[in-house]
Design a protein around this ligand. Sequence first.
Ligand code: 5AD
Ligand code: SF4
Length: 469
Amino acid sequence: MNLPDLKVARNRQATPTEYVNLELDIKPAFKGQKYFLRTYGCQMNVHDSEEIKYYLEALGFEACEKLEEADIVVLNTCAIRENAKDKVYGYLGRCKHLKKIKPNLIICLAGCLMQEPHEIDELKSKHDYVDIIIGTHNIYELPKLIAVHTGKQNIEVFSNSDKVFENIKYSRDSKVSAWINIAYGCDKFCTYCIVPYTRGRERSRKMENILEEVNYLKEKGYQEITLLGQNVNAYGTDLKLGYDFATLLENVAKTNIPRIRFVTSHPWNFTEAMLDVISKYPNIMPYIHLPLQSGSNAILKKMNRRYTREEYLELFRKIKQKIKNVAITTDIIVGFPNETEEDFLATLDMVETCQFDGAFTFIYSKREGTVAATLEDKVPKEIKEERLKRLNKVVNKYSLASNKRLLNQVVPVLITKVSEKDETKVCGYTDTFKLVNVDAPKDLIGKIVDVKITDAKSFSLDGVLNQKI
Ligand code: 5AD
Ligand code: SF4
């Protein structure tokens, strides 16, 4: 048993990264049995679940649609806000109930929430029916832990990691668009954020391994890849090999894979060189997710964001100027401890100025172990909720306006799947990452087609094919 410790996670040492080639020998001992996997949280977790899926399938399990059919359940959890946690425990209740009827059901928990010591305490004392608990640093141990499981609760969570694994196998959700990890962890320590504790220190993959993965996916017919990191623009800093994110991006562009995206960019070390590369290569999509978090300098400072609103605006304008037709989206938190009405108005003002193409908005959620969690907070919940509503009104006004600008225009759309809203349609994303439901046949899945936009709502577009097929 290995248990996580937040102090160790915080005071980690910058020891050299060890690159490990994963060579796992997984026996299909569970043939005929079924797995149910549920993922919470961000793209990083979604991609981790593709690794988990590979392991479950290598063990012989087959996916099932309903929890009730499962022989093994894996919940890949998220810790970013309290409501993400509540959802996990809510679902765990259903699993517990099922285990009463199916005593051999194996319940596994993975992901960020498992990196938190107080959650582990709670699981040990109140949820002893949970069989296997792993953290974010040792997903590769899941097949071994399942194979040797004896019925006794087994917890294997490491507080930090100095390792980067290569040769990880994935059972990817899509055959069109793929995630690629370029860096793990985060060293920024924004004061509200639990990620630096749950995902460890910043570790970059070597460029040659990333490029190899891009080429492999390209050969398999993938049309799009998204480079993943908590802070993609910090890529390479830890490697000290003379290359950075701009270098990587340029080399990825040169593979000629049709579409390249990346998330998430931090406004703090977004370089001119990155802008030059993005504007030079047409296969790097004109879309940037640039979290603002707050428009108030006082709050940005308390958040340890390392930029002012003026610096953000300067970067924002430079991006708009340099990248033709770019769309910029953002993340905003309201109700950081003791945020005043004036602070909030400064955030609203930034939204009015930047007119973002879209924004994810959140009410601040206290995360145990972070610096902000120690701040006394006098702002009542009702005020925070009201601020979120006011913010969303402005945010939605601009995302609708941004979508409306595309009305009657012809835009390139990568068709990725059957539309979730209407089975007779397909859907995909524009180069600027806007979701479009398209009246077109299913055999266009995996193709980039010209679509004429016929309707625009706040969160999606409708369109028809504008080319002969
Ligand atoms: N409370 C609310 N929102 C948060 N985020 C990160 N931590 C918190 C928190 N404690 C938001 C940030 C980040 C996004 C992924 O989640 O806006 O960019
Ligand atoms: Fe969290 Fe800040 Fe790191 Fe993003 S940059 S993961 S918000 S600590």
